[in-house]
Design a protein around this ligand. Structure first.
Ligand code: DX5
Ligand code: ZN
Length: 224
């Protein structure tokens, strides 16, 4: 996987049909998705439960491209190997999830995955300043994590600060939460290159009628 800063659309399967993840992943990929974003929630770090590593492993064979696993769990370290074994390409850990984020990120890379670090809306860019040499991705949350379909919280100043801080390092900036054709241009202009979108991609379509997924993805791309 070579690094580039072109815009990548990463549909979040949190907005897909939970009884049909495999087909949903194949459908959005065939409709132009670049990465598949997989939201893992534990009902402890965030006030909602989604699914775990077993589900990720079941989904993996249905994804041709990048599987981007966003862990909203605490603790993280006991589960890293499970998500690596499930075939995650990226594993993203929240900086707020524990006192030893540096160790967690080292363990993610040690398990053979790309390491991401996520920041909640209330966490400043400076929280990841000492981590930029050991990560492949910084995820800026533009909602408080836990649920899909929430409205976008403007974090463009934080994105700009991170873009400056990152400089020439091969580190992606990902935006997660409330991304749609209205909000995507703001964060793309500020320096983000990976745009997660759940509701804005999956609305109006289904595995039997996937064309709306393609139209929704194109609408985000064209708005940028
Ligand atoms: C929020 C999740 C997001 C979310 C995105 O906790 O991490 O990935 O599902 O969904 P939308 O695009 O609907 O805000
Ligand atoms: Zn997410």
């Amino acid at each position: 996987m070579s690094f580039d800063r072109s815009i990548k659309i990463a549909p979040s399967i949190l907005a897909a049909d939970f009884a049909n993840f495999g087909a949903e992943c194949a459908a959005v990929e065939s409709q132009g998705a670049d990465w598949i974003h997989v939201d893992v929630m534990d009902g402890h770090f965030v006030p909602n439960i989604s699914f775990g590593a077993t589900t990720c492993k079941a989904i993996r064979p249905h994804i041709k491209g990048v599987m981007d696993v966003h862990l909203m769990i605490a603790p993280i370290d006991p589960y890293i190997q499970d998500f690596a074994n499930a075939g995650a390409d990226f594993i993203t850990a929240h900086v707020e999830a524990g006192p030893h984020i540096h160790r967690t990120l080292q363990a993610i890379r040690g398990a053979g995955c790309k390491a991401g670090v996520a920041l909640n809306p209330g966490t400043p860019a400076s929280a990841v300043e000492e981590l930029l040499d050991i990560v492949d991705l910084v995820c800026v949350m533009t909602v408080n994590p836990g649920f899909g379909g929430q409205s976008f919280i403007d974090m463009t100043a934080k994105v700009r600060a991170l873009r400056d801080m990152i400089g020439d390092r091969p580190v992606h900036i990902e935006i997660d939460g409330g991304v749609d054709p209205k909000t995507a241009p703001l964060v793309a202009a500020a320096g983000a290159d990976v745009l997660v979108a759940g509701s804005a991609v999956f609305r109006g379509g289904s595995v039997n009628n996937p064309e709306p997924y393609g139209a929704n993805i194109r609408a985000i791309r064209e708005a940028i």
